[in-house]
Design a protein around this ligand. Structure first.
Ligand code: IMP
Ligand code: MG
Length: 174
């Protein structure tokens, strides 16, 4: 293994921030059920931790899109690998992502999901790399951490399918 992982955001800080964001979302959606759309695979750890802390009724669905190959650069090509199981008609949808980088994945995803008639669509991400944004129209409603332009792993994020299970956010040093 040529690369090393340095801790960027410790586990306790990640969990504390998720609790704060969950409380804010629960206040914003007071009295309304939320339909969480988890973007696989990276979003799965964050989605579970977030869902456990929400106090409004929650339903969950999963979608898998691919925009990255095995490396660290976006290909710009986004395709649906696994679609949602449930219709979105009339639902208050909250898309849950691991990280927003160029914004290409989300720009594409939001466009397709909007066509399915949800009552609303909002976006929640564990990490954001604002410096890297190409799709400026992507508006993030809830961000746990804005981070510098470094390649990170852990809490669902991978490098070549490795390190998703780390309970903290780390930077890969090559
Ligand atoms: P975007 O389409 O460029 O915004 O890329 C979004 C996707 O790229 C994320 O959902 C991740 O799967 C992946 N990605 C972007 N930056 C990183 C990173 O630093 N570590 C791991 N995956 C990343
Ligand atoms: Mg992702």
């Amino acid at each position: 293994m040529a690369e090393k992982v340095r801790v960027l955001i410790p586990e306790e800080d990640v969990n504390k921030k998720i609790s704060e964001i969950a409380a804010q979302i629960s206040r914003d959606y007071e009295g309304r059920p939320i339909h969480l759309v988890c973007v696989l695979k990276g979003g799965v750890f964050f989605t579970c931790e977030l869902a456990k802390r929400l106090t409004v009724p929650v339903s969950l669905d999963f979608m898998s899109v691919s925009s990255y190959g095995g490396g660290t650069e976006s290909s710009g090509v986004v395709r649906i690998v696994k679609d949602l199981d449930e219709p979105l008609e009339g639902k208050d949808v909250l898309i849950v992502e691991d990280i927003i980088d160029s914004g290409r994945t989300l720009a594409y995803l939001i466009e397709i999901l909007k066509q399915r008639g949800p009552a609303s669509i909002h976006l929640c991400t564990l990490l954001d790399k604002p410096e890297r944004r190409v799709k400026k129209q992507v508006k993030v409603d809830y961000t746990c951490f804005s981070i510098p332009d470094e390649f990170v792993v852990g809490y669902g994020l991978d490098y070549d399918q490795k390190y998703r299970n780390l309970p903290y956010i780390g930077v890969v040093e090559f």
